[in-house]
Ligand binder design. Structure first.
Ligand code: GOI
Length: 513
């Protein structure tokens, strides 16, 4: 009797799990998920990370040239970007790879000191302009849209000697440079990104030593940088909007890096929110919120701490009312670079950080649990649910902006059989589709990176490429990894299929590319 009663219950449980576990818990993992019509796929790179030609044909020195030349072992492998992937000479191969992948667009950045060796628009370097014309024209020949990042960290050294992003005059320097690019390339470039990752520019470059120019002036310089950078971005945006949009018809925005900050427990929810507001709200709130300006919690927290520390004014500079208005709404899309997540807990102890400093202002700490599996980069764990939560927060906080994923990717130490990278891409694309089903307006996805490249302070030790680059060969031979074949199939079918197994023997260019 008992046995008979239990049997149907068991089969019922099993049966309902086949139906429900799949749709609720596992989402559509076993099936094929489609991307909406018009969704765009691309890959990204950045000038200093791939071009080489550091002093070719009239290019002047930038802060990465300067730092690596004057402090040769500043990177993990003591290498620099002097030659990198030699894309200054091999750009046709780069475009061929974009064709092999069937990309809709290719995101690359322009080197300021290659186009304007004096930093200013008084002398244009024709050879530098020619290089970008060649690249843009080669892409368009095969219907691949160029997406141009105006600034991806390689500031002309001269401007750094004039204090770089902490000098308010950079608003003019940057917007003059931007206007030159709109004039030279805007007839063919329809996607513009003003600045890549303000947090990394300001905090890592000015508030610590983890990026050029390694100023390490904590608790002050990074906030001055943030203010000037936001105004500079907004000025370039309005120049495009007023002087170029009507005739060129493109779209322009900023790219912000954001990790998801998950509270350790409910007790740490507020700490996690404060950290979000500092880490990416600092740049997103002034542009994408209704009110504009820095996040209220930053203004209050830094003003109070500054007073207690003996400063005569807040270490966080103020925007004028005019600047608030100028910055507010100054982006056609929310450019998002996302890689990973951290667990956050409240930490008021001043023993952990220097005082004053950015993290002392935040009063919280982050860590990644040891059971999170991860990439070659110490900070990069595979946490797809964090991407879902981040996209949800952006949708809810900023009135569902148009989102362009301008970077997402995974590092290894090299090798063509990159199963972990494939798992990462599939998991993150799946999470992104979940958020889109909930209403997030994601229009664009960009894999970082097309190929291995100079990974900043890590040199060439960490590899993000869909294509492997052989740095031993003078030709910098590029070879597709397994993930390149998987990404190609996603782009071709406009769908995510967890079960697809590529044939990796030969890479071809499909018809129409
Ligand atoms: C892009 O930058 C860039 O645009 C490309 O040029 C680049 O090649 C590509 O990405 C690949 O790097 C609290 C260990 C604060 C270190 C707690 C562990 C910060 C740092 C917890 C854990 C910060 C991407 C990680 C720039 C690294 C994310 C730089 C953005 C997370 C933390 C951490 C924490 C940790 N950043 N990354 N982090």
């Amino acid at each position: 009797m008992l046995l008979l009663r239990r049997f149907p219950t068991f089969t019922l449980t099993l049966f309902s799990c086949i139906l429900l576990c799949e749709s609720n818990t596992l989402k559509a993992r076993q099936t094929v998920r489609n991307f909406p019509d018009g969704f765009l796929f691309g890959t990204a790179t950045a000038s200093y990370q791939i071009e080489g030609g550091w002093n070719a044909d009239g290019k002047s020195e930038n802060i990465w040239d300067h730092m690596t030349h004057n402090n040769p072992c500043v990177t993990d492998d003591c290498l620099n970007g002097d030659v990198a992937d030699d894309s200054y000479n091999l750009y046709k191969r780069d475009v061929e790879m974009a064709r092999e992948l069937g990309l809709d667009f290719y995101r690359f950045s322009i080197s300021w000191s290659r186009v304007l060796p004096t930093s200013f628009p008084d002398k244009m370097n024709e050879a530098g302009v020619q290089y970008y014309n060649n690249l843009i024209n080669e892409l368009l020949k095969y219907n691949i849209e160029p997406m141009v990042t105006i600034y991806h960290w390689d500031l002309p050294q001269k401007l750094q000697e004039m204090s770089g992003w902490t000098n308010p005059h950079i608003v003019d320097w940057f917007s003059d440079y931007s206007r030159v690019l709109f004039e030279q390339f805007g007839d063919r470039v329809k996607y513009w990104i003003t600045l890549n990752e303000p947090r990394e520019i300001c905090y890592q470059g000015y508030g610590s030593v983890t990026m050029a120019p390694q100023l390490n002036i904590q608790g002050t310089a990074e906030y001055m940088c943030a203010k000037n950078l936001l105004v500079a971005h907004a000025k370039a945006y309005h120049i495009y909007d007023k002087e170029f949009r009507a005739t060129q018809g493109g779209t322009i925005g900023i790219t912000i890096s954001a990790s998801w900050m998950e509270p350790e427990t409910e007790d740490h929810a507020e700490a996690a929110e404060v950290m979000r507001q500092f880490e990416w709200g600092q740049y997103a709130h002034p542009i994408f919120s209704k009110a504009g300006d820095f996040p209220p919690v930053m203004k209050e927290r830094i003003a109070a701490k500054s007073a207690a520390q003996g400063f005569q004014r807040s270490r966080l500079p103020e925007f004028t009312a005019e600047e608030v208005e100028m910055v507010r709404g100054s982006s056609d899309f929310f450019g998002l670079n996302h890689y990973s997540s951290v667990i956050v807990f409240k930490n008021e102890s001043s023993l952990t950080y220097d005082v004053p400093s950015y993290y002392d202002d935040i009063e919280a700490n982050g860590y990644q649990p040891s059971d999170w599996s991860g990439a070659a980069s110490s900070w990069l764990k595979d946490v797809p649910w964090g991407f879902y939560k981040l996209l949800t927060a952006i949708r809810e906080n900023y009135d569902n902006p148009v989102v362009f994923i301008t970077e997402n990717g995974y590092s290894t130490y090299g090798g063509l059989e990159d199963e972990d990278r494939i798992t990462y891409y599939r998991g993150y694309l799946n999470a992104m589709l979940d958020a889109m089903e909930d209403g997030s307006d994601v229009r664009v996805y960009t894999a970082w990176s097309l190929m291995d490249n100079f990974e900043w302070m890590r040199g060439y030790t960490e590899r993000f490429g869909l294509y492997e680059v052989d740095y031993e060969s003078p030709e910098r031979t590029r070879t597709p990894r397994k993930s390149a074949f998987v990404y190609k199939e996603i782009v071709r079918t406009r769908a995510l299929d967890f079960n697809y197994e590529p044939n990796t023997t030969i890479m071809t260019i499909d018809e129409g590319h």
